[in-house]
Design a binder for this molecule. Structure first.
Ligand SMILES: [Zn+2]
Length: 238
């Protein structure tokens, strides 16, 4: 296990009464290590932020906030029947340039460190595999990290998170909007059952695709989307 380097941030608070640690939320920082640590420890900002851990591209782990406290990584967020996910979660930030022209894969040293740390955290707090989520899952439309370049499949193969094998269902039909919305809601995304393909619904579809169909993040209603939603729903409701 990689040594954990203390790098305390003043940006934290008591967890809310009645809450406990139920989720592990993964992020990218969209900037380099130095800038990431600066932003995540800056309490003069108008919007102070933090995370429990930062993992750099070489796999070094920095601890900014004790797990007892809530770190400020999720913002306005929800999953299933819960909101304000900061109080219910541990947050890990991965140093990565994120989307855009400089986007680059997450190095294997970084992923190995993430895997080791996630195993400890999920064991310590008995976090189920289907409660390991991306920021984009809990704040669709507002956040797009850790993005489609993050290897959820590898992580799940190694015991963290859920990523059912991709199967093509030749029998599948193109689903209607209401069917898609119901499936997304069953999995955990917050989405109104309007039957209307509005911009919010498209953003939630894209959030789902970034996590579970990283090669087709297009927000389109397709047979492949319908069958993938059913596969994930089954895996999430075992
Ligand atoms: Zn984030």
């Amino acid at each position: 296990m990689t040594e954990i380097i203390p790098y305390p941030s003043p940006n934290y608070a008591e967890r809310l009464p009645g809450s406990s640690i139920k989720y592990l939320i993964l992020h990218y920082t969209a900037c380099n290590l130095e800038m990431s640590l600066k932003i995540l420890t800056d309490n003069n900002s108008s919007n102070p932020v933090s995370a429990h851990y930062v993992i750099d591209e070489a796999g070094c782990i920095y601890q900014l906030v004790d797990e007892v406290y809530q770190a400020w990584h999720a913002g306005v967020s929800f999953w299933k029947n819960r909101e304000k996910l900061n109080t219910w979660s541990i947050g890990i930030e991965l140093v990565n340039p994120g989307h855009g022209p400089n986007c680059s894969p997450f190095p294997s040293l970084q992923m190995e460190s993430l895997l080791g740390l996630s195993k400890k955290i999920t064991a310590r707090h008995q976090i189920p595999a289907y409660h390991v989520l991306g920021h984009s899952d809990i704040a669709p439309g507002r956040k797009i990290d850790p993005g489609e370049h993050f290897d959820w499949a590898w992580l799940a193969q190694n015991g963290i998170g859920v990523y059912p094998p991709l199967k093509v269902d030749v029998e599948a039909e193109v689903p209607d909007v209401m069917t898609i919305q119901v499936l997304l809601q069953d999995i955990g995304y917050r989405i109104p059952l309007s039957g209307i393909l509005d911009s919010y619904t498209i953003n939630v579809i894209k959030a789902f695709q970034m996590h579970f169909m990283p090669d087709s993040v297009d927000g389109r209603l397709t047979k492949a989307l319908g069958s993938r939603l059913n596969q994930v729903k089954q895996a999430y409701t075992l």
